[in-house]
Design a protein around this ligand. Structure first.
Ligand code: ADP
Length: 727
């Protein structure tokens, strides 16, 4: 038989949107999906075999290189390859950039390293010495790492190796990456209420169908959505021993709590995946997900790109959360891409929220998603009573932020030995620093944003870029000493006010500055749960997901924040966050209440909240979006053009706009215009917004547009499909 030639098309994690051709060495067992190392220009790069073509002979003009090596890991599934192609196309970033999010560091592509352990074999096998005796005295039935046994017995490592050689001890290889424990779906669950039971039964049934089916689990805060989706997870695990489940969460602060709850319910700690996990743990999770050994994965949006062997259910918890939108690198929305991944894997998907996004509510209303509603809390727990404090009638003293009615309510709560959460979504001490002498506002040098004072470390910080400087003791503009004055409140400043009002109370700040890693978050949450904190002052990191049984009063310091601005979702977002934060109160037996300090008690979002009338708010917002043809009734994309100086960006934006492919009534282009932040990290910016009908392929239109434009010099053009940030 004639020798046939295998032509491999390999995709790399580079911004070139097509695979490259290679030949397969005879001794390599390559298939579509294999992870390989191949020469690319002057270096060797990791890629994935995207297609294989069999040729009778190679065209004479083609000089192809060979693959250098194949990695010992399970090939990428067809479903995942389809998913990557889709993400690349939809976001306009290309399949190569989408692949990059799926590739681990090179050492995760190698098998787990091994280490050695020793255990008892036979104490009579070799002559006894005092040192050997000490080893046998403590070894027991355990398997010991060599170093640990040597230290414990007070002997040198050579004593241990001597015992191994003479068959006194048995040496075994163990994997450094220990396998994840297998979850048990049949451990006892909570006794579900009737409405929880019927929602759970519906989800169990959906899981049994084992095909693509999105369901919106729409339940008020504390209604037991997590308990309900646990039943779907349990069913997925029961259905087939190979089944894997992915739970996506918006914040690592939530991950900790949910990991513990999973461990309680299923008797095994799930695999976790987010930006904070490093090195060996990343390898352990990635490889065991690929091998199908990790059954439950709880993670942030990047977990969507893990190489699941048999994904059988995806849960997106807090699906409305805007932090599912990735704003750096490839711009994608993890909730939307989770729907796509569930589709390519042909598995069910649960979108869970107390305040679903308008997009998901609309999809449910149109019958594209199933819709399950939980409208009460189980048992004695009641939804909090929400009231407004009109700051025009009860203004706090100058430089103070807590009104008299809120102070009184806090005082009563503390007297009953219950807890208070003060919510203010502003990190630091003060959002603005002004010179009292010349009026100078402290700004980031190369960025169009104000510096935020952080008193705990004495610095002024840019929240957009991370730039920071020690707070100067004189104004950099007029040189006046001690003239820099904080304006407005941040959580640190609020903590100072609380310390004066309630000197006896134990107060803690919960923000991404005070809790910088999962361990600190866990400790703070434990302190709050154990009632070792009386007043918690938190940013949005404290607003979601947590269950604090003794928390009965939530004070929202500035309910108006976020209502203004040109953001399409400003009203929706404010409504959601206020419901979520109010929902922290009264989650157990004790009744809770929430008080919103506001200057606009008549605002649509606030009145709907007070009246507990979500439908009114949702239909008003949807009505507006429909008239304007905005999502979910139309599509939206942004193009951000940036360059090293203002003239270049101005010209580039005009040139780019002039190249727009012919539009129809289906497509409208707004701009170019100056965004809120005209300079970020020294780069000048302009923005275009493009709106289209739902049926238009806006991604293809923008790809075509971008290809017409020749990018030169310092110019960058970034496409943002479904933008969430309008800054
Ligand atoms: P959600 O996800 O809707 O906010 P959770 O699932 O976190 O709600 O439930 C809120 C609290 O109520 C949790 O502490 C949970 O364990 C408890 N809970 C929910 N349902 C029940 C039930 N049927 N019996 C006992 N406790 C429950």
């Amino acid at each position: 038989m004639m020798n046939r030639i295998l032509l491999l098309r390999v995709l790399f994690d580079i911004p070139v949107d097509r695979p490259f051709d290679y030949l397969a060495p005879d001794d390599m067992n390559l298939t579509v999906g294999s992870y390989v190392l191949a020469p690319l220009g002057k270096r060797k790069a990791i890629g994935v075999v995207w297609e294989i073509e069999t040729l009778d002979k190679l065209p004479v003009d083609r000089q192809l290189k060979q693959i250098s090596a194949i990695f010992d890991t399970k090939p990428m599934s067809q479903a995942q390859r389809k998913f990557i192609d889709f993400v690349g196309r939809y976001t306009c970033f290309g399949a190569g950039r989408a692949l990059k999010m799926c590739l681990p560091a090179i050492d995760a592509l190698q098998p787990s390293p091994v280490r050695y352990e020793v255990s008892y074999l036979d104490s009579k096998a070799s002559p006894m010495t005092p040192a050997r005796q000490r080893v046998f005295d403590i070894i027991g039935n355990n398997s010991w790492p060599v170093g640990k046994l040597a230290t414990a017995a007070g002997v040198s490592a050579s004593v241990i190796s001597g015992l191994v050689k003479t068959n006194g001890l048995l040496r075994t290889e163990v994997l450094v990456d220990t396998p994840f424990a297998k979850p048990d779906p049949d451990l006892p669950s909570k006794n579900l209420t009737d409405s929880q039971q019927s929602a759970a039964a519906h989800l169990v049934n959906t899981v049994q169908q084992a095909k693509f089916a999105p369901v919106l689990l729409d339940g008020v805060t504390g209604s037991g959505k997590t308990e309900v989706y646990f039943e779907a997870v349990a069913e997925a695990l029961r259905q087939h021993p190979d089944n894997q489940v992915l739970i996506l969460l918006p914040e690592i602060a939530l991950t900790q709590d949910v990991l513990d709850r999973f461990a309680d319910r299923f008797g095994a700690v799930p695999a976790e995946w987010h930006s904070e996990i490093t090195g060996a743990l990343r390898r352990r999770v990635w490889r065991q997900v690929a091998a199908g050994q990790a059954k439950i994965v709880v993670g942030a949006r990047s977990a969507l790109f893990l190489p699941f062997a048999k994904l059988s259910l995806i849960v997106v918890d807090e699906e409305h959360d805007s932090s599912f939108k990735q704003e750096e690198g490839v711009l994608y929305h993890a909730r939307d891409m989770a729907v796509v991944r569930a589709n390519t894997e042909n598995c069910p998907l649960i979108l869970s929220s107390a305040t679903p996004s308008l997009e998901s509510l609309h999809n449910a209303a149109q019958g594209r998603y199933g819709h399950l509603v939980l409208d009460s809390r189980p048992g004695a727990a009641q939804l909090p009573q929400i009231s407004a404090i009109d700051l025009k009638l009860h203004p706090p003293a100058s430089g103070k932020w807590i009104s008299e009615p809120l102070r009184q309510a806090m005082s009563q709560t503390l007297q009953k030995q219950e807890q208070v959460l003060l919510y203010l979504n502003r990190r630091g001490f003060a959002p603005l620093t002004i010179c009292r002498s010349c009026g100078e506002r402290m700004k980031t040098p190369d960025t169009d944003s104000y510096l935020v004072e952080h008193r705990f470390n004495g610095r002024l910080v840019c929240h957009l870029t991370g730039y920071s400087i020690p707070k100067p003791d004189k104004c950099p503009s007029c040189q006046e000493v001690d003239s820099l004055h904080p304006v407005g409140p941040g959580v640190e400043r609020l903590a100072e006010e609380v310390a004066v009002l309630f000197p006896e109370a134990r107060c803690e700040i919960f923000s991404s500055d005070t809790t910088t890693n999962p361990q600190q978050i866990r400790e703070l949450i434990a302190k709050m749960e154990n009632a070792e904190i009386d007043i918690l002052i938190g940013t949005q990191i404290a607003a979601k997901g947590h269950n604090f049984p003794k928390l009965t009063l939530v004070g929202v310091v500035d309910a108006d924040m976020g209502l203004g601005g040109a953001d399409l979702r400003a009203g929706e977002r404010t409504y959601q966050i206020l419901i979520q934060v109010a929902g922290r109160a009264g989650r157990a037996q004790l009744a809770g209440k929430a008080m919103l300090q506001t200057h606009q008690p008549e605002h649509e979002a606030i009145t709907a909240l007070l009246a507990n009338d979500r439908n009114r708010f949702v239909s008003a917002e949807l009505g507006l979006r429909e008239i304007m043809g905005l999502p979910p009734f139309g599509r939206l994309a942004a193009v951000i053009i940036s360059a090293a100086d203002e003239k270049t960006v101005e010209d580039a934006a005009k040139d780019f706009a002039a190249l727009a492919p012919a539009t129809t009534t289906e497509i409208e282009i707004w701009g170019p215009s100056e965004p809120v932040f005209t300079i970020v990290r020294g780069r000048w910016r302009r923005r275009l917004l493009i709106r289209s009908s739902k049926t238009t392929n806006l991604s293809a239109y923008l790809k075509d547009w971008k290809e017409r434009y020749k990018i030169k010099g310092s110019i960058r053009v970034k496409i943002d499909i479904d933008p969430y940030s309008f800054m």
